[in-house]
Design a protein around this ligand. Structure first.
Ligand SMILES: Cc1cc2nc3c(=O)[nH]c(=O)nc-3n(C[C@H](O)[C@H](O)[C@H](O)COP(=O)(O)O)c2cc1C
Length: 183
């Protein structure tokens, strides 16, 4: 079976919930980037062995968090040898506003995957944007590059809109299906 890893940072727990949903859909294991921007040393071996890597970060000030960026820069050692070339990659971000400049973060995650010579997986869902659409619907935020999630600024980690969480599971499944096809 394909090895899939979700590697993510979450400052206040909301992105962690999203990461868990993506991992549920992908049947993936999770690696948390800590508050210092580090992952356990053994996690690098897991990432090297993975068939697919899904990045996740909250959007802070219109970009991935500095902890995620520190991790991203640490992957430059692997970039030098193109050690992750042809792996499958996906990515997600979560922020308080509907827009909130999430796309900037997502493009940063896609670019990181491309620097590594990876194969990027898009969201693969039509937007739910009719008059009848609600926050319970799949892809109500209308993403395409990757997964977008909105956690209202006063929402606890248990109050992330259900449609976004379902979209996270769906995206995880899609990454797993595409990884299996390429295996
Ligand atoms: C320093 C900081 C900067 C933020 N910048 C943005 C932003 O640019 N756009 C936005 O929509 N939300 C922004 N937010 C809100 C967070 O993205 C949101 O609360 C998110 O759910 C936090 O995820 P976490 O609990 O995993 O840390 C910011 C929050 C913090 C703490």
């Amino acid at each position: 079976m394909a090895q899939i890893i979700v590697v993510y940072h979450s400052g206040y727990g909301h992105t962690k919930v999203v990461a868990e949903k993506v991992a549920e859909g992908a049947n993936a294991s999770l690696i948390a980037i800590d508050e210092h921007g580090d992952i356990p040393e053994s996690a690098w071996d897991e990432l090297n062995a993975a068939d697919a890597i899904i990045w996740g970060s909250p959007t802070y000030m219109g970009s991935p968090s500095w902890q995620f960026k520190k991790f991203a820069e640490a992957t430059s050692k692997i970039w030098f040898t193109q050690g992750w070339k042809d792996k499958v990659f996906g990515g997600f971000t979560n922020s308080a506003s509907f827009n909130g400049d999430k796309q900037v973060s997502l493009i940063a995650l896609q670019t990181l995957a491309s620097q590594h010579g990876g194969i990027w997986v898009s969201l693969g869902l039509l937007p739910s944007n009719s008059k009848d659409a609600t926050r319970k619907d799949l892809n109500n935020l209308g993403g395409s590059v990757g997964l977008l999630v909105q956690s209202p600024s006063d929402a606890s980690v248990d109050e992330i809109p259900q449609g976004d969480l379902d979209t996270a599971v769906s995206y995880g499944k899609r990454v797993a299906e595409i990884t299996a096809k390429l295996a």
